[in-house]
Design a protein around this ligand. Structure first.
Ligand code: ATP
Ligand code: MG
Length: 215
């Protein structure tokens, strides 16, 4: 009888390693059965509404990750960047020149920079017109509404009108919405909602926004 340290004749593994490997194989086979069944159940195509919310970093950059994926498949993408007015970001420099992308920076700066509610409302309404046309255009496969939640949460746009336009979009069009504190109404409309937790951020360690990471 071999001990746990005995070399297995076939692969050079000890008996203990062989038993571990067999248990792993059996566990993975059970897992595969469950995952394959789930994949088989999820067989429909549909234009999705995705929400990336929460206080942690990674909301907009996740949306732009999906822009890259979409372009890789030859899809057409429309991006509306609300709130922000800067046009020197890496994402804009890269994506706005790609074929198949309509990129719009529609903000006036953060509300604490403008400090002018009427101006913010006027800017938001102008920006929303661009978004509304995208949501009615069947030639656009993916629409990104970056930082939209703030416009709804501050009451700059009428939530009911925004939800109606999203519901009435072409059936196979995907919509990706980012921003903190997505409302329950918005989340109820979405198919996928991810809340990113702020565990730690370099900014609080005195590190300014870094090219490629933050802009
Ligand atoms: P990103 O664009 O990096 O994915 P985000 O969309 O999740 O970030 P925003 O609230 O839009 O977050 O913030 C934009 C900028 O603020 C980015 O430079 C980002 O790194 C920074 N930021 C994001 N989360 C935090 C945080 N919790 N504390 C401080 N700065 C943050
Ligand atoms: Mg963002």
């Amino acid at each position: 009888m071999s001990s746990d340290n005995t070399q297995h004749p076939d692969h050079g593994a000890t008996d203990a390693e062989t038993r571990t490997n067999q248990r792993h194989k059996a566990r993975m086979a059970r897992k595969k059965t469950v995952i394959d069944a789930r994949i088989a159940q999820a067989s429909r195509d549909k234009g999705l509404v995705l929400i990336l919310t929460g206080n942690g970093k990674g909301k907009s950059s996740s949306a732009f990750g999906m822009v890259g994926r979409s372009l890789g498949h030859g899809l057409r993408v429309g991006v509306c960047q609300f709130i922000k007015s800067r046009t020197d970001t890496g994402e804009e420099a890269f994506f706005s020149h790609q074929p198949g992308v309509a990129w719009h920076v529609l903000g006036d700066g953060f509300t604490w920079d403008t400090q002018d509610r009427q101006q913010d409302i006027a800017t938001s309404k102008r920006g929303w017109e661009v978004a509304r046309h995208m949501l009615a255009d069947p030639a656009i496969n993916v629409v990104v509404l970056d930082e939209l939640t703030y416009l709804l949460n501050y009451g700059y746009l009428d939530t009911a009108a925004v939800l109606t336009a999203i519901r009435a979009r072409p059936v196979d069009q995907h919509v990706i919405i980012t921003g903190r504190a997505a409302s329950p109404e918005l989340c109820a409309l979405a198919d996928t909602v991810s809340e990113i937790e702020d565990v730690k951020h370099a900014y609080r360690g005195g590190i300014q926004a870094q090219k490629g990471i933050d802009l």
